[in-house]
Design a protein around this ligand. Sequence first.
Ligand code: E4P
Length: 214
Amino acid sequence: MKLFLDTAFIEEIKQVRDWGLLDGVTTNPSHVAKTGASPKDLYPQICRIVDGPVSLEAVSLEADGIVKEARELAKIADNVVIKVPIMREGLIAVKKLKAEGIKTNVTTTFSALQALLAAKAGAAYISPFVGRLDYVGQRGMTLVEEIKKIYSNYGYKTEIIVAAIRHPMHVLESALIGADICTLYFDWFKMLYEHPMTDISIQNFLKDWEKVPK
Ligand code: E4P
């Protein structure tokens, strides 16, 4: 399973890249706003640092506008993927962009039928927002299971990016379901490798090592 970083902060991206764990990056307008930087400066930097797909979001609500934005964003680098919200105009844009060879990540996905349409339109990626569904009392991971089943029933090649992750169990369940990718906040990466039993075990080994004649 690939791991993407869900951020627009350059320092976070550099760190995870240097740990050797970074397969790609997803940004969104909220992440970009938090950095205080202009996308004109930020996007090329992110694309240079990341050896993998970088999702940049189009903000137009009409198909023509999305396509226009996507063409401009795609000029930034070869690894740019255009995030397109799931809606009728978005689907029209996804199909046009696919024909032009521009990859899309269909975002803000909350139902398996939306994911079916995104795959039919030719999306390279689909992003179900699992944590946001959990918040409204609907099990987010059920959505991932449904999408996985539909895509395998019909052989769609669209890759599933499990998004809006809220805890490590979302990552574990994604791997068990066979989702292609999880996109994580920086802190979640640490939570994947940290374990109190690991810390205790290391400390005990080190204590015993002191007793070994040198
Ligand atoms: C995914 O591509 C989105 O950027 C992201 O996962 C949304 O997550 P949030 O609900 O934590 O904002």
